[in-house]
Design a protein around this ligand. Structure first.
Ligand code: ZN
Length: 551
């Protein structure tokens, strides 16, 4: 049955910027037909064709029902029976920041330390004396051993070097960098950070969280407004090529937000962005009278981002039980006090901001839930949609508390597949409670999908595989009890991402009134082996009725 614009959707259209003139249904700009369309609209889960006008779906139904609406001017596109899903939503990533890194830094996403050394060496030859040589996308779980300061000294003796872990919380530095930061074997670890030592007590060059900040603050930010624009354009192209049509920037500075706007104005932004602003920039935005929801369907202001603890892949998440195989009962790092989280959170909540807080370990989640509970009690808000970014290691009682407040978990989606190499630090038993998608859904919560790019690939097909199989690249299974089904996983990556940004009336499913964002796949994931899902490639990605990626 063809679904014309219902009254509900029409009213949604009215309440957004543009009312959809009903007349346009008779003359759609574009019709896609002959598709195997999974709409995620419960009233009409499957369809063959969609009509699009004014960047939105105006009709969804069978070929006959929708093609009948075409006029002489309608562009008709045959989907040749390919599978179509709503565009994916990467609910936590760092698009502009990683885009600028792609422009400026040495990509170290290889399993060979020699190759990384060669690439850094070549970059050093082109770098003026005294300037930093910077790497990114490095993952010590993928090389035979972690890269050390000695490797970096050998590759680049005359420049300070910092190679950032792709998780973003830790880094590897050379001896010259250590000298510049005045860090030596005797320097104590800073609060919320660490300088790793080897068995003889010498620095290895691995520095974590506040330890890495001691180096990052020495590196001048030379990025120009043009760099942010280019970075936004570049990364949105990369994401769109994987079927991502919306992303949340989980820690945006004013320069980052401007980068998205500039790319949009230049016609180069190929995905929609919901921008959490960093706590450090909150006053800046508040002074301008801006709060969550400001913007439009391309670039919108999201929540305020704070951090409770460190990272899972880099072993700095704050846990109640020690890591497996790390000495001295090490339990990770706390990055903010309860008082800081409460003060910033309360101020922002009162001013109309959504709260989005990074918390990985169970102690970190307990801390931020306590803050959310207190704030909501003091300043009750209907439909606050508190978010916990990553929200990795849970207990039953934490999940019950999340349920009581209807907190949104924003977990990593392909960690089991992509970062299986660090799961042994948590141990088999604990992984049954990590990224617990089954438990979240059974509790009635609405988890999203996310990459935390650069931490892991923004690749929805890899996300689906990881969540259906809980199996890593080497075939190890971690937390099989948390497997979910394909329809559940697709909902997490589409509708739930929109809900987490208060945008479920705009996008996340293929139904009249919603933005025309969709992905065309080369193969039907419902007919594929779950352990092969990541091999399904994206043929085309549409955002707002126009193709933003075509293979
Ligand atoms: Zn992040």
């Amino acid at each position: 049955m063809v679904r014309p614009l219902s009254r509900r959707n029409f009213m949604q259209g009215m309440s957004s910027l543009l009312a959809l003139p009903l007349l346009r249904i008779k003359e759609p700009e574009t019709i896609l037909y002959n598709g195997n369309i999974w709409t995620l609209d419960e009233t009409q889960p499957r369809a063959q064709a969609v009509a699009i006008s004014g960047a939105r779906f105006v009709a969804v139904g069978s070929n006959a029902e929708v093609l009948r609406l075409a006029s002489g001017r309608t562009r008709k596109i045959d989907l040749a029976s390919n599978t179509v899903l709503p565009g994916f939503n990467d609910a936590h990533a760092h698009p502009v920041a990683s885009g600028v890194e792609h422009l400026r830094r040495v990509a170290c996403d290889t399993d060979s330390i020699d190759k990384i050394k060669t690439a850094l060496h070549e970059r050093a030859l082109k770098t003026p004396p005294g300037e930093w040589v910077l790497g990114f996308l490095y993952d010590d779980g993928k090389t035979p051993r972690p890269i050390s300061r000695h490797d970096l000294d050998e590759a680049v003796p005359d420049h300070p070097v910092l190679v950032q872990h792709r998780g973003g919380h830790t880094a590897f530095v050379n001896s010259l960098a250590l000298q510049l930061a005045r860090v030596n074997d005797q320097t104590p670890d800073p609060a919320g950070g660490r300088f790793e030592h080897d068995a003889e007590g010498h620095l290895t060059g691995f520095v974590g969280d506040a330890g890495a900040q001691a180096f990052l603050k020495l590196i001048p930010n030379k990025s120009t407004r043009e760099d942010y624009r280019q970075g936004a354009a570049l990364i949105s192209k990369l994401f769109a090529s994987k079927g991502v049509t919306s992303a949340c920037d989980a820690d945006a500075s004013p320069e980052d937000v401007q980068g998205y706007q500039d790319a949009r104005d230049a016609g180069e932004l190929t995905m929609r962005v919901y921008c959490h602003v960093s706590a450090a920039s909150l006053d800046h935005f508040m002074d301008a009278g801006i709060h969550t929801g400001f913007g439009d369907e391309w670039v919108r202001i999201g929540g305020v981002k704070q951090y409770v603890d460190g990272s899972i892949s880099e072993r700095t998440a704050w846990l109640s039980q020690p890591y497996v195989g790390i000495p001295n009962n090490y339990v990770g790092l706390q990055l903010s006090s309860r008082e800081q989280l409460y003060e910033t959170g309360r101020k922002a909540h009162a001013a109309g901001w959504q709260l989005a807080t990074h918390a990985n370990g169970d102690l970190a989640i307990d801390r931020i839930l306590g803050v959310y509970e207190q704030i909501q009690k003091e300043l009750p808000k209907k439909d606050a949609r508190f978010r916990i970014e990553h929200c990795t290691l849970l207990t039953d009682s934490l999940i019950q508390r999340m349920r009581a407040l209807q907190v949104i978990p924003v977990p990593f989606s392909c960690y089991v597949y992509f970062h299986g190499d660090v799961m042994h630090f948590y141990g088999q038993e604990r992984t049954q409670h990590m990224f617990p998608m089954r438990s979240f859904l059974d509790a009635g919560l609405r988890p999203t999908d996310s990459s935390d790019y650069t931490a892991s690939p923004s690749d929805p097909m890899m996300w689906l595989q990881s969540q259906l199989t809980r199996t890593d690249m080497k075939g190890n299974v971690w937390g099989a009890n948390q497997k979910i089904t394909l329809p559940e996983a697709i909902r997490c990556g589409t509708i739930n991402g929109a809900y987490a940004a208060f945008e479920e009336d705009l996008k996340g499913s293929i139904q009249p009134g919603q933005l025309a964002d969709l992905v065309v796949l080369a193969q039907d994931p419902f007919k594929a082996d779950p352990s092969e899902l990541r091999k399904i490639f994206v043929e085309r990605t549409m955002v707002g009725g126009s193709w933003k990626y075509e293979s």
